[in-house]
Design a binder for this molecule. Structure first.
Ligand code: UDP
Length: 236
């Protein structure tokens, strides 16, 4: 497989074409952002940690028979992904109250939800990724009713697998964000990444083992993500 020209540079990744039009070469970068990109920092080693963590998680999801974009890890910072057209939604699932959900509803962080809640945010930096409902998703022509149902069902199914993975290493999966994409035939598969950048993970002592250490300035991101990777590697 040959790496070709740059297709897209996002906040934390660079996507390159390859000699196969169905495959992208993805490089994870060291930039950390918060407040929708308003705060930016280079953190050496972050890209390698997220690439390795997300590769391990996607390998496990693929092994469970879930359809994902992940093909294989190439190096510490690179992986191959199936080329998809990303659906402009951040699909968030919450098991425990935290972050914007706590703020929106005036709740304490840490309350366990009886049933997981799935939310949609419209991926649009200029609009600050607004919270939207199913009817907005349909109105904006992002997805049809049956696709919306599929996204919710898949997200709940993925939650069950992820909860098992994180519980095995002593972490509580508080919430996480997924992105999905369409293959050329229109089918929808899981895309993007699953890492401490996109998931809230609390340890048994309630310590934050995720990007909140950066967002809230409460710990060292590299030390935290290294611990998460080391724990995950033991379950390989
Ligand atoms: N999240 C993400 N990207 C975003 C916004 C949120 O990956 O642009 C993840 C975040 O890491 C958390 C979950 O989605 O695991 C829910 O985030 P929340 O809505 O609470 O927003 P925050 O408090 O992080 O602003």
């Amino acid at each position: 497989m040959e790496k070709e020209t740059l297709l897209y540079e996002g906040k934390a990744k660079k996507l390159y074409f390859t000699d196969d039009s169905n495959v992208l070469w993805v490089e994870y970068c060291d930039q950390a952002t918060a407040l929708n990109g308003a705060r930016k920092e280079q953190i050496t080693g972050k890209g390698a940690l997220n690439n390795q963590i997300t590769s391990l998680i996607f390998e496990k999801l693929n092994a469970e028979g879930l359809e994902t974009h992940f093909i294989k890890k190439l190096s510490k910072t690179e992986q191959l992904n199936k080329k998809v057209s990303i659906i402009p939604l951040e699909v968030v699932l919450r098991n425990v109250v935290a972050g914007s959900f706590a703020k929106r509803f005036g709740l304490e962080e840490g309350i366990v939800l009886e049933e997981p809640i799935v939310e949609f945010y419209y991926k649009d930096d200029a609009l600050d990724d607004p919270f939207i409902n199913d009817e907005h998703v349909k109105f904006l022509n992002i997805a049809s009713d049956s696709e919306i149902e599929f996204l919710k069902k898949q997200t709940r199914k993925i939650n069950k697998i992820l909860k098992k993975i994180w519980t095995e290493i002593g972490l509580t999966l508080v919430d996480f964000k997924l992105e999905f994409g369409r293959l050329a035939d229109g089918s929808i598969i899981l895309a993007d990444e699953i890492s401490p950048d996109t998931s809230r993970l609390w340890d048994a002592k309630g310590q934050h083992m995720d990007k909140d250490v950066f967002r809230r300035n409460i710990g060292d991101l590299i030390e935290t993500y290294t611990e998460v990777l080391n724990l995950l590697e033991k379950t390989k």
